[in-house]
Design a protein around this ligand. Structure first.
Ligand SMILES: C[S@@+](CC[C@H](N)C(=O)[O-])C[C@H]1O[C@@H](n2cnc3c(N)ncnc32)[C@H](O)[C@@H]1O
Length: 285
């Protein structure tokens, strides 16, 4: 476990995470659209939209989503992935987010439908039935949970025996240099309201402790890191074009505005290899 995650395991308040996403709601939608996750750029010239869909495709394949599969999408954001799995794969999907702004958006996309159903709740304190899902997925949400072991415990609780968990996670390289922790990973976690970042080995160990057997791990850092220069271009373009964006990001008392600039740190963290991106698949015993 990284030094930073040890320091922050018990101090990150889920209310802060919710406030982060509520405060940056418009900014995130302008920057990312409905999918608040990396793209998987498998070929040169692949568009961000295609790359976003590629990552969802990998998650669906790892999870073995089939028509009728019951899927829990932990930290579903605006519900983009939940809708793809429901509409295109025929799965029955429940998405959870801790952000009221995201929940309201997701519910408004297709009012009246029960698939996906969206819950506004904290994953670490959910009321879902035990053994009730074939599949649990968590695309870039586990990093926000104050207690990673409790994240895995909940996944093991709601999955049926033999069910699969697929996690897309922001990770660190095994041995971080002091300056990488100090200048990159620490600030990225603080500014992005992340508990901390762990290594792939730590994610596998904690899964195993919750009776979730790691069955594969893919390090796709090289394929996802192109996400960040694209984000940087979009942010700079937005700031130059629209004074309202400048006022929003640089206004006094906006506790989350600094995160807009963190993306340059993330870009650098990938370039020096301090940050890694993993797709981890587990099966419940
Ligand atoms: C980076 S976004 C990813 C969103 C979505 N998975 C996607 O790929 O578009 C992180 C998500 O995790 C959710 N989240 C963070 N902590 C949570 C918690 N304790 N319970 C439920 N959702 C949580 C946030 O509300 C947000 O939707």
């Amino acid at each position: 476990m990284s030094i930073d995650s040890l320091e922050r395991t018990s101090t990150l308040d889920p209310a802060e995470v919710a406030a982060h996403y509520d405060d940056l709601d418009k900014f995130y939608r302008a920057l990312w659209g409905e999918h608040v996750h990396h793209g998987l750029f498998l070929t040169r010239g692949m568009s961000p939209e295609e790359a976003t869909r590629k990552l969802i495709g990998v998650v669906a394949a790892e999870a073995k989503v089939q028509p009728g599969s019951t899927v829990c999408d932990v930290g579903c954001g605006y519900g983009g992935t939940s809708r793809v799995l429901a509409r295109e794969y025929g799965a029955s999907v429940t998405g959870l987010t801790i952000s009221a702004a995201q929940h309201a958006y997701a519910c408004a996309v297709d009012p009246g439908t029960e698939n996906p159903r969206y819950l506004l709740c904290d994953w670490l304190h959910n009321d879902l039935e035990p053994d009730s899902f074939d599949i649990v997925i968590a695309i870039e949400s586990s990093e926000h949970m104050p207690d990673l072991a409790a994240f895995f415990d909940q996944a093991a609780r709601v999955l049926r025996p033999g069910g699969r968990l697929v996690v897309c996670a922001w990770l660190t390289r095994d041995a971080l240099r002091f300056w990488e922790q100090r200048m990159l990973i620490g600030p990225i976690c603080r500014e992005g309201r992340l508990r901390g970042m762990e290594t792939a080995g730590e994610y596998q160990r904690l899964g195993r402790e919750s009776r979730l057997i790691p069955i594969s791990f893919g390090d796709v850092s090289r394929q996802v890191k192109a996400t960040w220069p694209i984000c940087a271009r979009r942010v700079l373009g937005g700031l130059i074009r629209d004074p309202a964006n400048r006022r929003f990001l640089f206004r006094d008392g906006g506790p989350n505005r600094i995160f807009a600039l963190t993306l340059f740190r993330i870009w650098l963290a990938y370039e020096v290899g301090a940050m890694r991106y993993g797709v981890l698949t587990y099966e419940k015993l």
